[in-house]
Design a protein around this ligand. Structure first.
Ligand SMILES: Nc1ncnc2c1ncn2[C@@H]1O[C@H](COP(=O)(O)OP(=O)(O)OP(=O)(O)O)[C@@H](O)[C@H]1O
Ligand SMILES: [Mg+2]
Length: 488
């Protein structure tokens, strides 16, 4: 509070001293008056403009709408304004305060309203569009009353990639897995009458699990390609349909530091699937790769608050899959860490282990890769692949020696076998051939020795890595089947 000057000694003060005190007192009173004026003024409120018509502005405030005369200056739906809290007259336009709820636009209802869903909403809610152009699947922020869109969040463009055509025939080995998936995915669409007769529907969800590099992601792409092909035969689809049929996302791309954003991204995937089904008439595949990153067992990581909201958001979307708009495919090499509610029957009905390739499957994958390579005259891809696979699977290539019930056991290198290693060896062999030709200034094509050297390099580089998981898996398999060979 402003201090008044001390009282002067009236009897002895000079005229100049008295005038000085009067001056100081005047200044102090002016300051106090100004403060009293400010205190007397009613506080201003902040509201969102819901909509305006010819004469009136409708403000969203508290739990309802307030109608007030339109101000002299222009105001638009979705704008935030400062108002006199007694008369509610709009004083000025305020800065946007985008701290309301995050939602996903589900449908455009008319040119002014849209239906949205959000984490805390029991179902769809209709809200005012504001002056922002929005479309289905957009993530938007509502005002604090939850009735008007005030801002739009940039789309998660990176999360969705266009699909490449991968047919089941392009995958080597895994005959049983391919047959299982074809039956689950294709038959409901090629034999709809028979499925309807038995009251069977396409599966809502499929889990592909198994060690890294063994074709889980490729299988997901093959599922989408197969579905698109079925409908292409029926004359329904074109390339655009295939692109929209495979909604691929890496789980880590769904993680977002903003509260509600990860859930909004999950909802956006399902909205995309719905749009796809509406446009092309056949279900989409929502493929969530490395699913353990977001769908882990709730409560395992108490420091991470995300799992409390992401898993329920995912479950809500899966349970709301009406009219079979999508089949959800989850891929992981850590199935044990997934939340049990996600993988229970009814949600993820089909669980398929994508195994490491055996020698024949390894040869099959190599042969497919060799088919695209220039080989030395007379070399046949299939025969060469069989030889190379036999070399890789030779028990002489030992990955580790470990103790089992008191006996030393040699773990063969093939415990590490994967499609990725098979393809990697072929690519390295081609690089060897190229270097050989560069040095010799020739153009011979790849020979067996190029690939044998590639196998040796692969063995050497993989031996330096920690292979505990692969070794344990191999040991577990040997115990299950009576194949355990003790080293002499
Ligand atoms: N059965 C197969 N036939 C042909 N190529 C394969 C096969 N399996 C794996 N590959 C090759 O390995 C690469 C990796 O496969 P993919 O990405 O599908 O493995 P993944 O099981 O999804 O691995 P991760 O668990 O690491 O994601 C593929 O790009 C492909 O080159
Ligand atoms: Mg993968």
């Amino acid at each position: 509070m402003t201090a008044l000057p001390p009282r002067p000694d009236y009897a002895n003060a000079t005229r100049a001293e008295l005038l000085e005190v009067v001056d100081q007192a005047h200044n102090a009173i002016e300051k106090i008056n100004d403060w009293v004026e400010r205190v007397k003024t009613a506080p201003n409120g902040i509201a969102t403009v819901h909509h305006v018509d010819e004469k009136w502005a409708f403000l969203a405030m508290g739990s309802g709408l307030i109608r007030i005369p339109k101000p002299e200056f222009e105001v638009k739906s979705g704008q935030m304004v400062v108002c006199n809290s007694e008369t509610m007259a709009i004083i000025e336009i305020a800065e946007i305060d985008a701290t309301g709820e995050t939602c996903t636009v589900q449908r455009l209802l008319d040119d002014k309203t849209v239906a949205v869903t959000g984490a805390g909403m029991p179902g769809e809610r209709s809200v005012r569009k504001g002056s922002i152009a929005v479309e289905e699947a957009d993530t938007v922020i509502l005002d604090r009353t939850g009735s008007v869109i005030v801002a739009k969040v940039a789309k998660p463009h990176r999360a969705v990639k266009p699909a490449k055509r991968i047919s089941f025939d392009g995958l080597g080995g895994m005959a049983e897995t391919k047959a299982q998936l074809r039956e689950a995915i294709e038959f409901p669409h090629t034999q709809p009458e028979l499925f309807a007769f038995y009251g069977k529907e396409p599966p809502a969800g499929i889990l592909l699990w198994g060690p890294p590099g063994c074709g889980k992601t490729m299988l997901g792409k093959a599922i989408a390609t197969a579905l698109a092909d079925i409908y292409a035969k029926k004359g329904v689809i074109d390339d655009a349909a295939l692109q929209s049929a495979f909604i691929y996302v890496k789980a880590t791309e769904l993680l977002d530091k903003f509260v509600g954003e990860s859930e909004a991204k999950i909802r956006a995937l399902f909205v995309r699937a719905k749009k796809h089904k509406m446009k092309f008439g056949f279900p989409a595949i929502i493929f969530i790769d490395e699913a353990d990153a977001i769908l882990g067992r709730r409560g395992d990581n108490n420091l991470n608050p995300l799992d409390k909201t992401i898993v329920p958001a995912f479950l809500t979307e899966m349970d709301g899959l009406e009219d079979k708009t999508a089949t959800v495919v989850l891929a992981t090499n850590r199935p044990d860490t997934l939340d049990p509610a996600i993988v229970r029957d009814g949600r993820i009905d089909i669980k398929i282990k994508v195994q490491r390739p055996d020698e024949a499957a390894f040869a099959d994958i190599m042969a497919l890769a060799l088919n695209k390579c220039p080989l030395q005259k007379g070399l046949k891809a299939k025969t060469l692949a069989a030889k190379l696979a036999m070399n890789f699977f030779s028990p002489q290539h030992v990955l580790a020696t470990t103790k089992r019930t008191g006996r030393a056991v040699d773990v063969p290198f093939s415990a590490l076998a994967s499609g990725a290693i098979a393809v990697g060896i072929i690519q390295a062999g081609i690089a060897n051939a190229l270097h050989r030709d560069l040095e010799a200034k020739t153009k011979t094509g790849a020979c067996e020795d190029d690939f044998i050297r590639a196998i040796e390099a692969s063995l050497a580089s993989n031996a330096q890595l920690s292979n505990t998981d692969a070794i344990n898996d191999w040991l577990a398999e040997q115990t299950a089947t009576p194949k355990l060979m003790a080293a002499e």
